[in-house]
Ligand binder design. Structure first.
Ligand SMILES: Cc1cc2nc3c(=O)[nH]c(=O)nc-3n(C[C@H](O)[C@H](O)[C@H](O)COP(=O)(O)OP(=O)(O)OC[C@H]3O[C@@H](n4cnc5c(N)ncnc54)[C@H](O)[C@@H]3O)c2cc1C
Length: 452
């Protein structure tokens, strides 16, 4: 690589995508620098997937305590200490930040603890210096947005929810995406009274309709107040919190209102437009299949490109860019069959097409469904059902969608994603021997078509 630049690759943002791209590029021999203005590991490690899942674990204990009675347990003196949980969570995140730092240093990546800005296609300003680079990778992620409404400044987002000084006893969660529903489950499990406000007819747009309905049922059974086709029109400060006025005239008093209504790409004020990088209508960076922007030597990965905003996707894109630039061949990411989970209670796991998408793409499809009471709840007495669904392209017999709501759905669907990626047919699912007794075995024992 020519030495006319200070670095071969300058990465802006040490989140999921940026860290992976930096490490892979450095391991391929490139001279790499990464600038991070806030925290190593980015959203996922600091205010996303990881702390979220830790909070989900914390909140699941209340159900476990309740359920244990049917198995003979008596659990006395249940108390939850929010501050202890947050402190332990923060300790774990600090440990992970350290691991990210070590990984980067061990790969030979130079870390600049600074905001970075593009000056021109080959120059970056960071840590008070001008640094030249052959390639630039923008991996700046996204940031939660709160709509402009009266009192909007009183609302929190997921960012603040992870650091609340006190556990709110009454919470309004606005938004029907996975983040809002996960937090609704967290606060509910920890003992708060939760109201979910969503403007659509039902939440989780983009997920299979059966899952959306099933999750709404389960959340209601847990006492979560779901208000669909409703928006927040005003928030006012009240002594112990906020008063929230909804579009149907209803008023809800709460200690906190959390907006999870969307995230915007971090593309402002970093010199993108000036460097000729095109943005789309919502401010995300437009890229081709190799994550190259409209500026020849500038690439972008992860949430800032608003493709599939998930950590493993950002990681895959980061790796692909590094391989394309410094490896032996150009590499792109395959977006079909990206599995994902919603860590709601109960959780959702999904891979492949929804029924609606499959009908649109294949025309003739077969649907298989299983709806059952999990074995555990035959003794716990909990009124909870698990639901699974397989979608099969009739012509090829290929399974094109697997969907589940129930315990461990995310864990189960990860395995199924491999089968879908390999193009497994329904006959091959049927020929697979079950693991018994599990919930997962339903996926290989569904024989009856739900629809002709
Ligand atoms: C509450 C929540 C829960 C989530 N749960 C999941 C989950 O369960 N599973 C999953 O797959 N995904 C989850 N996600 C999504 C996941 O966190 C993101 O898809 C992922 O972090 C995107 O990685 P990224 O590299 O694009 O950006 P990020 O991880 O956001 O990293 C971007 C980094 O760039 C830095 N930066 C920005 N601008 C600059 C600048 N100018 N100079 C220097 N540094 C800069 C930021 O400080 C940040 O550290 C969740 C997100 C949230 C908010």
């Amino acid at each position: 690589m020519a030495e006319e630049y200070d670095f071969d690759l300058f990465v802006i943002g040490a989140g999921s995508g940026g860290v992976r791209a930096s490490r892979v590029a450095a391991n391929l021999g490139a001279r790499v620098a990464v600038a991070e203005e806030r925290y190593l590991g980015g959203t996922c490690v600091n205010v996303g997937c990881i702390p979220k899942k830790l909070l989900v674990y914390a909140s699941e204990f209340s159900e476990a305590f309740d359920d244990s009675a049917g198995f003979g347990w008596t659990v006395n003196d249940r108390r939850f200490d929010w501050n202890k949980m947050i402190a332990n969570k923060n300790k774990e995140i600090a440990r992970l930040n350290g691991i990210y730092e070590t990984l980067l240093i061990n790969s030979g990546v130079k870390i600049l603890r600074s905001r970075a800005r593009i000056i021109d296609a080959h120059t970056i300003e960071a840590a008070g210096e001008r640094i030249t680079t052959r390639y630039i990778l923008v991996a700046t992620g996204g940031w939660p947005t709160v709509p402009k409404i009266s009192g909007g400044e009183l609302a929190i987002t997921s960012n603040e929810a992870f650091y609340l000084e006190r556990m709110p006893q009454k919470v309004v969660v606005v938004g029907g995406g996975y983040i809002g529903l996960e937090f609704a489950g967290i606060f509910n499990g920890l003992g708060a009274k939760v109201t979910v406000v969503h403007r659509g007819e039902i939440f989780l747009r983009g997920f299979d309709d059966d899952l959306r309905v099933a999750l709404a049922d389960e959340m209601r059974k847990r006492g979560i107040d779901l208000r669909f086709q409703t928006t927040v029109i005003r928030i006012e400060r009240r002594d112990a919190g906020v008063r929230v006025t909804l579009s149907d005239g209803a008023v809800v008093d709460a200690n906190a209102i959390m907006f999870a209504t969307g995230r915007a790409a971090n593309t402002h004020g970093i010199g993108l437009e000036e460097a000729g990088v095109m943005l789309d209508g919502v401010g995300a960076i437009v890229v081709d299949r190799y994550s190259r922007t409209s500026a020849e030597n500038i690439y972008a990965v992860g949430d800032v490109t608003n493709r599939k905003n998930l950590t493993p996707v950002a990681i895959a894109e980061g790796r692909a860019v590094a391989e394309t630039l410094f490896g032996r061949r150009a590499m792109s990411v395959e977006y079909d069959n990206v599995p994902s989970a919603v860590f709601s209670q109960p959780p959702i796991g999904t891979v492949g097409l929804t029924e609606v998408e499959a009908r649109r793409r294949y025309g003739e499809i077969d649907i298989y469904k299983a709806n059952f009471r999990p074995l555990r709840h035959t003794m716990s007495g909990r009124d909870e059902r698990s639901f699974m669904k397989l979608i099969v392209d009739r012509k090829s017999d290929r399974v094109v969608g697997c969907h589940m709501i129930g315990t461990d759905a995310g864990e189960i669907v990860q395995g199924l994603a491999i089968a879908l990626q390999c193009g497994a047919t329904k006959a091959q699912f049927d020929a697979t021997i079950a693991v018994h007794p599990t919930a997962a075995e339903e996926f290989v024992t569904m024989r009856e078509r739900a629809t002709a």
